[in-house]
Design a protein around this ligand. Structure first.
Ligand code: NAG
Ligand code: ZN
Length: 400
């Protein structure tokens, strides 16, 4: 008994050595008031304080992190409940005939038009006025798409910075939970001059953002009434440490909201010319069962095969925020890392970048010759349309 107690004390002392004491409320209040940010740079390692300049240097060096300044205390309010040793299970795809007309209605012209509007903002940086205006633009766009449906709600989700996230909720016909969430990030960044520099963010993450807008449009047009709720999220501040998605995922966890599945679309419009076109499934910070389901969906509904990406790493995109909150997450990406878009986070992330292969235009081969010129501008979005096909599928329309 005595030995046991001593051993426990020794183990407790070791645990204290491995992890510093939790950061106090007072320390967070004082340091964040001075403009410091609390960054979590690796799994299981205590977060560290950095200045905004140091944070930007990390971003320029390509080092990913969660900026946990505002969620550190909130994350400790409720435990993470899901058991990651048990993969989530999902049914086999079985709604091919119901989905066929919905998928056929996905319009690359609409996506291009919406992408033109998003890239017209000088940048969509989370601290810039144009970044805030881009939030309002997305809100107005989704409100207009859903105006015929009084049951669907669209709202801004405010943060401590000027850019807001946007949440669209389609209620469940049978149950109010669990929720299926499709996400993309609406912000963009010019790493050399974040606040005022040009950052069209066409691919990162304009493509994922317009995939979601178009998926919402075709579902609403089809009278989509899911059995369990479906939500569409456009996150603010992803580039600055997954700010929007962490705030929302933590709030859902603390409210006891059950999430069935989360899928992130962050870049879907590019693959390196000469490489084989794939949908690259992220292999880490995801749910293996959800990935199995995604593989079946891609095999059933897309002309492009899936492939496993190399590990994306810690805090790679918004799916990591939902994973951290204990929910099944997934992230199909435009290409295997290395064959993805090299123009991100700069003024050259535009729709005219060389790299959207003509091979994608095969989808448009049936289009009238008169529209060949138009093809040149829309072929770039061919991959987008294919990933766009995925978005309605996570929660198949059991009630149409
Ligand atoms: C950032 O924007 C400025 C001005 O718009 C531009 O000159 C510069 O090349 C951009 N930096 C990057 C990394 O694209
Ligand atoms: Zn991105």
């Amino acid at each position: 008994m005595k030995f046991q107690l001593t051993l426990n004390l020794v183990l407790a002392a070791f645990a204290l050595l491995a992890h510093a004491a939790p950061i106090s409320h007072n320390e967070i209040a004082t340091k964040s008031a001075k403009g410091l940010r609390l960054l979590s740079l690796a799994e299981g390692v205590d977060p560290v304080w950095k200045t905004e300049d140091e944070k930007l240097e990390l971003m320029r060096a390509g080092i990913k992190f969660f900026d946990v300044t505002e969620v550190y205390e909130l994350e400790k309010l409720a435990p993470v409940e899901n058991d990651f040793s048990v993969a989530a299970t999902f049914p086999s795809p079985s709604h091919q005939s119901a989905l066929a007309p919905i998928l056929a209605a996905v319009s690359t012209a609409n996506m291009q038009s919406n992408l033109n509007s998003l890239t017209a903002f000088n940048n969509r940086y989370y601290k810039s006025t144009t970044g805030a205006s881009a939030s309002t633009w997305i809100l107005n766009t989704v409100k207009s798409i859903t105006s015929s449906r009084s049951d669907i709600t669209s709202a801004l989700y405010s943060h401590s910075f000027v850019q807001s996230s946007i949440i669209v909720k389609i209620p469940g016909k049978v149950a109010s939970t669990p929720v299926t969430i499709l996400g993309a990030h609406m912000d963009s960044i010019n790493l050399s001059s974040p606040t005022s520099g040009r950052a069209p963010g066409a691919d990162d993450d304009g493509t994922g953002s317009v995939n979601l807008i178009e998926a919402l449009r075709v579902l609403v047009a089809a009278g989509f009434t899911p059995s369990t709720p479906v939500e569409f999220h456009w996150y603010a501040g992803e580039e600055a440490g997954l700010l929007g998605s962490q705030a929302i995922a933590t709030a859902y966890k603390n409210a006891g909201t059950k999430v069935k599945a989360f899928m992130e679309l962050d870049m879907s419009g590019y693959f390196k010319p000469g490489t084989t076109e794939v949908m690259a499934l992220q292999a880490d910070y995801i749910d293996a069962g959800l990935n199995t389901f995604l593989k079946a969906l891609i095999t059933t509904y897309s002309r492009i095969p899936w492939a496993m990406d190399i590990p994306c790493g810690y805090a790679c995109s918004d799916h990591a925020s939902w994973y951290k909150a204990g929910f099944p997450s997934s992230f199909p990406y435009e290409a295997i890392t290395g064959n993805d878009n090299p123009n991100v986070h700069s003024s050259t992330d535009t729709t005219s970048v060389n790299g959207f292969s003509w091979a994608h235009s095969i989808e448009f081969a049936k289009i009238d010759q008169d529209r060949v010129l138009e093809l040149e501008s829309v072929f770039k979005l061919a991959v987008v349309s294919k990933v766009g096909e995925l978005t309605p599928l996570l929660n198949v329309p059991s009630v149409l």
